[in-house]
Unconditional design. Structure first.
Ligand SMILES: *[C@@H]1O[C@H](CO)[C@@H](O)[C@H](O)[C@H]1NC(C)=O
Ligand SMILES: *[C@@H]1O[C@H](CO)[C@@H](O)[C@H](O)[C@H]1NC(C)=O
Ligand SMILES: *[C@@H]1O[C@H](CO)[C@@H](O)[C@H](O)[C@H]1NC(C)=O
Ligand SMILES: *[C@@H]1O[C@H](CO)[C@@H](O)[C@H](O)[C@H]1NC(C)=O
Ligand SMILES: *[C@@H]1O[C@H](CO)[C@@H](O)[C@H](O)[C@H]1NC(C)=O
Ligand SMILES: *[C@@H]1O[C@H](CO)[C@@H](O)[C@H](O)[C@H]1NC(C)=O
Ligand SMILES: *[C@@H]1O[C@H](CO)[C@@H](O)[C@H](O)[C@H]1NC(C)=O
Ligand SMILES: *[C@@H]1O[C@H](CO)[C@@H](O)[C@H](O)[C@H]1NC(C)=O
Ligand SMILES: *[C@@H]1O[C@H](CO)[C@@H](O)[C@H](O)[C@H]1NC(C)=O
Length: 819
């Protein structure tokens, strides 16, 4: 259990595995390093190894700056080549820099010979250096002519200790800055006058804060050779602290690292490639909460300001931004969040009132709190008053109404200001209503299509119909004619709109062709990875001051060329607000890259399944946006396109949360051929339609099915398969059961916004059940789905979607005639 989770504990490990460093050929019989020996930072990858080959010291590329090198010690026999010590994390060196063993110790110098770093002897007057050696324990030792150890890497640790290593008074471990950078980070493990603890440092001055976690009193930390962590007390006795059980040391590698997120973790590794490092033990047990204890009080917590922190069961810290905020750095998510619009709280008038309070609304966030952002307490008040006070107060960013359930909706209303600090997420804290003030979505120029107009249209039709039913025959005929004319004009307009879009699309399909060099520059050498799509990795780049996403197709993929052509062809010809826009491409020798507009808010998957539930309105808008995008692909562009891989990971969100369909790597073009029986199943488990498994033709209805799965995910904010939920593991079955029982409230149990809009919830679930019909011809077209979602068409009761597993009474439904 632990080991599978721990695979993800440190993304760096996975990353580093790509920097396979080939050991140099055996360096003669002796493993001793003699005075005058040196290593050069280049692609030869020469190293000094320990006799068992378990550890080596040498230069390697830094993950965040590919042209720079780190002098480091690492595990040579684990596939990730995990670094345990480094000399120059803050200052990686250029190519052709050297490290020499001189008569005074190790000296690191740049290509021009300028000294950058040297070992400081911990003993004076012990004579010159005799030799040095990389030991099997992972310790690099420099020995003097009188056989004293002048310098040891074990005495000068960075962020990791190894079995056999001890930390004494005055020694510290400093975390790395991020998963991709070995710069000194924000956390320390440190002794202060006989007590050991974890603290944050002020990054601006380097000063240490008070402990956020007190480990123990004592005068030393011992990582003993069996992999146990112990504290040495001042009277000499040794106290065992962790872990209870260990795997046999002779079969495993061990390390204890102060991770960049402030968690001190003991790891083991079998040396086997598939397993990665397992976390055996870690402190603090809940780092998000550690920072809110009485001890350090204020502070930014492990996720930075304006963020929300949540710790996974394996210790990994998960950071999120509240609605209206985005990460300072999309790659290093633990650095904090900033408002999307700095002036978003609006202006204050002379009396401290919000100017234009009508342009703000509240998003409610269950289970979240920022305990240290309070500046005012109203008590006791009801929710209406709490909202009003925060809305009108131009300093107020968040209002938290505590314990309203205890006293008929009346409780303590805390008003909070920016920056919000120490945000945490605790699923068992449901005794408060937390409201964050955000600009109304409609205020943005890129406003997503609103669902309400659709509803209004329906109301108008209903009104006209009731008029029809209640008046004379002549008047009825007259009205019918008028209504038909109106509808005709309406659709005519619609058609023209569509044509206009298509024409515009044609003009803008002139994709730009980039050279590889241009894109290498734009991405600063493919530095910031945003994620992986099908068949390629996506990097952040900047082209003439605009951020772009550059997808680099994997060379190894046999199908690469085909994917590339498909993707360029498919999206090159499309233009729709709900499809991600392709700006250009590069097709040069073996390099195949695609350049897209960058979507600020990442994928729907991270939005939907993160700690924060997106607002109900946003989810409704996203659902109808995706439906429009698919309608366009299926029915409105010149060649019909089947996406084949619709899932939340492939839906991106721009800064106003407009949904954009992306990743057309698997798309199929239906050009003049009617039947498509494929031998290879495409798409993603959980979202693929049942006909992929039969020998029936594949049609646009496969996308309708995947959309149905995703629609339920959007309603319930949970994944289509969630194994730990056991009997509720398969979302579509779980949802159908509750739908069938007439108990839809269960699907949105903790979601107040949705619960207050059960009519809409029922409509969405019914649409999803239609989309999920086993029999493709029973599924509606995307255009019909769009109309139902927007309220332009009533949704008939769906039959049981599953061909073989329905109770008899479910399947009695008629097949309705959809337009
Ligand atoms: C050294 O390592 C780099 C990066 O891991 C690799 O590309 C290169 O081929 C290696 N060089 C040799 C001589 O093994
Ligand atoms: C390393 O050098 C020291 C001193 O010259 C010598 O005693 C020791 O045997 C050498 N070790 C190896 C493995 O050659
Ligand atoms: C390190 O060794 C190289 C090769 O012998 C030499 O050119 C360089 O000057 C030495 N650097 C130092 C700082 O001793
Ligand atoms: C720890 O550091 C303090 C101040 O730098 C020094 O006075 C003390 O001797 C050091 N203690 C040890 C055990 O090195
Ligand atoms: C390490 O500590 C554990 C628990 O305190 C103990 O059982 C074990 O014998 C120790 N191993 C060594 C090599 O000291
Ligand atoms: C050392 O001190 C600890 C408490 O700090 C105590 O539990 C232990 O018995 C002492 N050991 C000896 C040998 O005095
Ligand atoms: C930021 O908010 C202000 C005030 O609400 C608004 O006038 C401005 O247009 C917004 N800027 C952006 C880039 O959305
Ligand atoms: C909240 O309190 C105010 C003032 O006491 C009162 O006028 C209002 O009706 C209350 N609202 C609700 C929803 O109870
Ligand atoms: C979460 O909230 C519950 C209920 O208030 C509390 O008992 C628990 O300690 C909290 N957990 C954390 C980590 O704060």
């Amino acid at each position: 259990m632990m080991s599978s989770l721990a695979l993800f504990r440190n993304p760096l490990l996975i990353l580093l595995s790509s920097f396979l460093v080939l050991a140099a050929a055996a360096q003669g019989a002796s493993r001793n390093v003699s005075v005058g020996d040196f290593l050069t930072a280049n692609d030869q990858n020469l190293t000094w190894q320990s006799p068992s080959d378990d550890f080596e010291i040498g230069f390697r590329h830094t993950p965040d700056q590919q042209d720079r090198f780190l002098l480091a010690i690492w595990f040579a026999n684990v596939p990730e080549k995990t670094i345990v010590w480094s000399a120059n994390g803050d200052n990686p060196v250029e190519k052709e820099s050297k490290v020499n063993l001189t008569s005074s110790g190790l000296v690191l110098s740049d290509p021009s010979g300028r000294e950058l770093w040297r070992t400081k002897s911990n003993q004076d007057g012990t004579g010159g250096v005799s030799h040095a050696a990389m030991l099997d324990t992972g310790n690099f030792v420099i020995t003097s002519t009188n056989s004293d150890n002048i310098w040891e890497s074990f005495q000068n640790p960075t962020d990791t200790i190894l079995p056999g290593q001890e930390l004494g008074i005055n020694s510290t471990l400093s975390s790395a800055f991020s998963a991709r950078s070995y710069k000194k980070g924000r956390f320390q493990l440190r002794f202060t006058s006989e007590s050991l603890g974890l603290n944050r440092i002020d990054v601006y001055t380097g000063r240490s804060f008070q402990f956020y976690f007190n480990i123990a009193d004592g005068s030393g930390l011992i990582f003993n050779k069996s992999g146990h962590i112990q504290i040495k007390k001042s009277n000499g006795s040794v106290v065992h602290i962790a872990p209870e059980n260990t795997v046999p040391i002779q079969n495993f590698y061990y390390r204890a690292t102060l991770d960049f997120d402030g968690v001190f973790t003991l790891y083991s590794h079998s040396g086997n490639g598939d397993e990665g490092w397992s976390s055996l033990w870690y402190i603090p047990g809940d780092i998000c909460y550690s920072f809110t204890g009485p001890n350090p009080g204020l502070g930014i917590g492990p996720c930075g300001f304006n963020s929300i922190c949540q710790q996974d069961p394996d210790g990994m810290v998960n950071c999120q931004c509240p609605p209206g905020f985005s990460f300072l750095d999309a790659v290093n998510k633990h650095l904090g969040c900033k408002p999307n619009n700095q002036s978003y709280l609006g202006d204050c008038n002379e009396e401290g009132f919000t100017i234009g309070e009508d342009s703000f609304e509240f998003n409610s966030m269950p289970f979240v709190d920022w305990p240290y952002g309070d500046y005012e307490l109203l008590q006791p008040v009801n929710e209406t008053e709490c909202r009003r006070s925060c809305l009108l107060d131009c300093n107020c960013a968040v209002a938290s109404l505590e314990d309203p359930s205890l006293n008929n909706g009346i409780g303590n209303c805390w008003k909070k200001k920016l920056p919000l600090s120490n945000g945490w997420y605790n699923k068992s804290r449901n005794d408060r209503i937390v409201l964050i003030k955000v600009p109304k979505l409609g205020e943005s120029p890129l406003r997503p299509p609103n669902l309400n107009p659709g509803k209004k249209k329906q109301n108008q039709v209903v009104l006209i119909l009731s008029v029809l039913l209640g008046t004379s025959a002549f008047f009825n005929i007259f009205t019918l004619i008028v209504v038909s004319l109106l509808l005709f004009c309406f659709y005519q307009r619609k058609l023209q709109d569509l044509k206009r879009i298509n024409r515009k699309g044609e003009i803008e399909t002139n994709l730009r062709s980039f050279t590889y060099e241009e894109l290498e520059d734009a991405t600063k050498g493919f530095k910031e990875e945003l994620g992986k799509g099908s068949f390629g990795t996506v990097y952040k780049g900047e082209l003439s001051r605009n951020y772009v996403a550059v997808k680099k197709l994997d060379k190894v993929v046999q199908e690469g060329e085909k994917e590339f052509k498909t993707e360029v062809n498919v999206i090159g010809q499309t233009h729709h607000r709900n499809l991600v826009r392709l700006l250009g491409y590069c097709d040069e020798a073996e390099h195949r890259l695609l350049v897209y507009e960058l979507m600020q808010n990442g994928s729907l998957a991270s939005f939907l399944f993160g700690v924060l539930r997106p607002s109900w309105q946003q989810r409704l808008q996203i659902a109808s946006g995706i439906a429009r995008g698919l309608t366009y692909l299926h029915e409105e562009c010149s060649t019909q396109i089947i996406h084949c891989d619709i899932k939340p990971q492939n839906i991106l969100l721009d800064d106003s949360f407009t949904a954009k369909i992306s990743d057309f790597g698997l798309a199929k073009l239906l050009i003049n051929s009617k039947s498509h029986t494929l031998t290879v199943i495409r798409g993603t488990k959980g979202y693929v339609a049942p006909e992929w498994f039969r020998s029936t033709p594949v049609t646009v209805k496969v996308d309708v099915y995947s959309f149905g799965v995703m629609l339920l995910e959007i309603v319930c904010c949970r994944r289509c398969v969630e194994l730990e939920m056991e009997e509720a593991a398969i979302l579509i079955e779980w949802a159908y059961d509750y739908y069938n029982e007439g108990n839809l409230g269960k699907l949105v149990e903790n979601d107040e916004e949705a619960r207050s809009d059960m009519g809409r919830v029922e409509m969405l679930v019914k649409v999803a059940m239609w989309c999920l019909q086993d029999e493709p011809s029973q599924r509606p077209k995307m255009r019909t789905v769009t109309m139902m979602l927007e309220g332009a068409l009533l949704v008939p009761a769906p039959p049981c979607p599953f061909l073989y597993s329905c109770k008899p009474q479910d399947s009695s439904n008629i097949n309705p005639e959809f337009p």
